[in-house]
Design a protein around this ligand. Structure first.
Ligand SMILES: Nc1ncnc2c1ncn2[C@@H]1O[C@H](COP(=O)(O)OP(=O)(O)OP(=O)(O)O)[C@@H](O)[C@H]1O
Ligand SMILES: [Mg+2]
Length: 228
């Protein structure tokens, strides 16, 4: 039995740069399996964020296919794609994107709002997530009252509160010091151990090695590194 979760088939992405078209992704193909913990590493501008958004149904490739289980993502209507993302994808953005005027608890509740879940249950679930990321005592803090690492953990809790099949994270350790970055990576490792499939971007080899697989991006192409 196969447990392939996500497959990219010959994905190209072109962007217009003035008069010229630039190929940012040049024929990317790979598969991710349920339970994988995959890092993407590569120089700035190599197309990592573009690739991650394409994987998460946020941006259509110029050509090529993205298949999630047996769903051909970019064949879906806009509404179906939104529904797909809400159901299957958790996204941690590079700059966390926490809503400054909502508390930690309320930020985590956000993805549950479109699901028509009773408010009390939303609160219970968000509280449970706060416990999972070790912030049970900070539920009522606003983002500016939290450290960078704590904000990162809130962003991760928010991304996984819907039990997504796939957690995508764009440099979750981006602006954090090395101690806090390790805490975030340890949290990812713990989530992966419990079965969470994760695809994340990093600039640092040190963090890439937390995963069980590593992809290197260069000049629009991707190569899987052999890990010991
Ligand atoms: N909407 C867009 N229109 C035009 N060019 C774009 C667009 N989005 C990204 N690019 C270009 O595509 C290239 C890849 O961008 P991307 O953000 O994917 O890189 P990255 O590998 O994530 O870089 P970083 O490590 O700095 O975050 C860059 O040269 C960027 O300027
Ligand atoms: Mg990026």
């Amino acid at each position: 039995m196969t447990n392939v979760l996500l497959t990219l088939e010959d994905v190209y992405k072109k962007f217009q740069d003035g008069q010229t078209e630039v190929d940012i992704l040049k024929g990317i193909s790979f598969s991710i399996h349920t339970g994988d913990f995959v890092s993407i590493i590569g120089p700035s501008g190599s197309g990592k964020s573009t690739l991650l958004t394409i994987c998460g149904g946020l941006q259509e490739p110029t050509t090529g296919k993205v298949v999630f289980k047996d769903i051909d993502l970019y064949n879906l209507s806009k509404e179906e794609l939104t529904e797909f993302r809400q159901k299957h994808i958790g996204f941690v953005f590079q700059h966390m994107h926490l809503i400054p005027y909502l508390t930690a608890l309320e930020n985590i509740m956000l993805p549950l709002v479109p699901r028509k879940i009773a408010i009390q249950e939303q609160i219970e679930r968000a509280k449970f997530m706060l416990e999972q990321v070790g912030l049970a005592d900070k539920a009522n803090r606003y983002p500016n009252q939290l450290s960078g690492g704590e904000q990162g953990r809130v962003a991760i809790a928010r991304a996984i509160v819907t039990n997504p099949s796939l957690l995508l994270a764009d440099e979750p350790t981006g602006n954090l010091d090395s101690k806090t970055s390790k805490e975030i990576m340890d949290l990812f490792a713990a989530l992966n151990k419990k079965g969470q499939t994760i695809l994340f971007i990093t600039h640092q080899l040190e963090y890439a090695s937390y995963g069980n697989r590593m992809f290197e991006m260069k000049d629009g192409a991707i190569n899987e590194a052999v890990l010991k």
